[in-house]
Design a protein around this ligand. Structure first.
Ligand SMILES: NC(=O)c1ccc[n+]([C@@H]2O[C@H](COP(=O)([O-])OP(=O)(O)OC[C@H]3O[C@@H](n4cnc5c(N)ncnc54)[C@H](OP(=O)(O)O)[C@@H]3O)[C@@H](O)[C@H]2O)c1
Length: 374
């Protein structure tokens, strides 16, 4: 069967320029299995997560740049169409439903499988990348599991050591990784104060478990972010929070430094508000990097922790097995469940990517190459 695949043909100055000018949908023939390796798996993709990184990658501003042209879609699920001769029936069979690990296969992976992203009818992955879909999840939820929850786990648990009874301030809480952080923080027994710029999205964040929500959108032209120190102090009985989870960056980071206890942990997760810290078109260098005031860091005895989940795992792979095991166990136990606000057909890929970039999504989003529902 002839399928379709999204392809990025050049790195743009910005993600939106990439989507407008260097993204197209091409015909995709089913890969010829006689050319595949003995431990390869051919998958018909049912759903692929649409992540922030998929957008950043189009401009080469992400740390990893796949060879061009490439197909985006870091994490995807589907049905097995063919397995290589060295894969035993006890391991995997045609018709099995699988989740492909974006660390091992797909555009962010380091090896031979970078060309096979999830925004395509077909993908090939090595057997080491294949995971079973947790029973409680449908395809759209399953492909939104690992990237978001592994990030939240790495930041809150591995780096932040968040404990039951502590209070965490989560910025970008309506986002994919932010909402996963809300879920994990509640699972750990922490109190969550979540911020965002939209009451509508914050209502969902609250329904998903946040104890308190604060709208941080600027209310006048003189401020970049609404001052929320007083609210956070009131909610914490004047003490301030134990941990800040900052996936937004810019002005909100500085305001956060005034909302913390002495000795708090400040987790640098990302910079959704200031995405252009790195040069476009795959050039290296960060001329507009975020800056934090050292006087506040010093006087509050803060522990500022950079939390890049993929890079940290590449440096120390031993941090991943327990993380994966815990996340998969919590899903099986029904303790966490990815929230997916939007599902797009592949033919609407440009609209989908723009919706993600413009903050229209709550939690995860999925792209379906063929419109099938599990
Ligand atoms: N540390 C890691 O390992 C890791 C892993 C994955 C991603 N990240 C980074 O973490 C950040 C968040 O990723 P994500 O996947 O959660 O992104 P996302 O789903 O797009 O969510 C980002 C959230 O940030 C909020 N935001 C506040 N100001 C914004 C602005 N000016 N523009 C856009 N959004 C703004 C939005 O919430 P409101 O609209 O409610 O304000 C949005 O929901 C990104 O910088 C990403 O690169 C880090």
């Amino acid at each position: 069967m002839v399928g379709r695949k999204v392809q990025i043909t050049a790195f743009a100055e910005t993600p939106l320029e990439g989507v407008d000018q260097f993204l197209d949908i091409a015909v995709q023939r089913m890969p010829d299995t006689s050319q595949l390796k003995a431990k390869d798996v051919l998958i018909e993709v049912k759903s692929s997560a649409l992540g922030w990184v998929d957008l950043l990658m189009t401009s080469g501003q992400y740390q990893h740049m796949p060879p061009l042209p490439y197909t985006p879609g870091l994490e995807y699920c589907g049905v097995v169409l063919w397995v290589g001769e060295e894969i035993a029936p006890s391991q995997l069979n045609v018709g099995d439903e699988v989740l492909v690990d974006g660390f091992v296969s797909g555009p962010r992976s380091p090896g031979d499988y970078q060309q096979y992203g999830g925004f395509a009818t077909y993908a090939v992955a090595p057997i080491e990348a294949i995971l079973r879909i947790p029973k409680r999840l449908n395809f759209d939820q399953a492909c939104n599991l690992l990237g978001s929850y592994e990030t939240a786990y790495h930041c809150l648990i591995t780096c932040g050591q968040l404990q039951a009874g502590e209070t965490v301030l989560i910025h970008g809480a309506s986002g994919a990784t932010g909402l996963a952080a809300v879920h994990l923080a509640k699972l750990l027994g922490a109190t969550v104060i979540a911020t965002g710029r939209s009451d509508e999205k914050l209502a969902v964040v609250k329904a998903q478990g946040a104890d308190y929500v604060i709208n941080s959108k600027a209310t006048n032209k003189d401020e970049k972010v609404r001052r929320f120190r007083g609210e956070v102090k009131a909610l914490t009985k004047g003490k301030g929070v134990d941990v800040v989870y900052d996936g937004v960056g810019g002005a909100i980071s500085e305001e956060s430094l005034r909302c913390v206890k002495f000795g708090a942990r400040f987790l640098i997760v990302g910079w959704a508000a200031t995405p252009f810290v790195a040069k476009g078109k795959g050039q290296r260098g960060a001329p507009n990097a975020n800056r934090l005031p050292t006087n506040l860091i010093m006087m509050k005895g803060l522990k500022v922790l950079g939390c890049p989940s993929v890079i940290a795992t590449q440096h120390d792979p031993s941090i991943r097995p327990k993380r994966l095991q815990d996340i998969l166990k919590w899903v099986e136990e029904g303790k966490i469940e990815p929230y997916v606000s939007h599902v797009f057909p592949l033919s609407n890929i440009k609209e989908a990517m723009k919706a993600k970039w413009n903050g229209k999504i709550i939690g995860g989003a999925a792209v379906r190459p063929i419109e099938a529902v599990k």
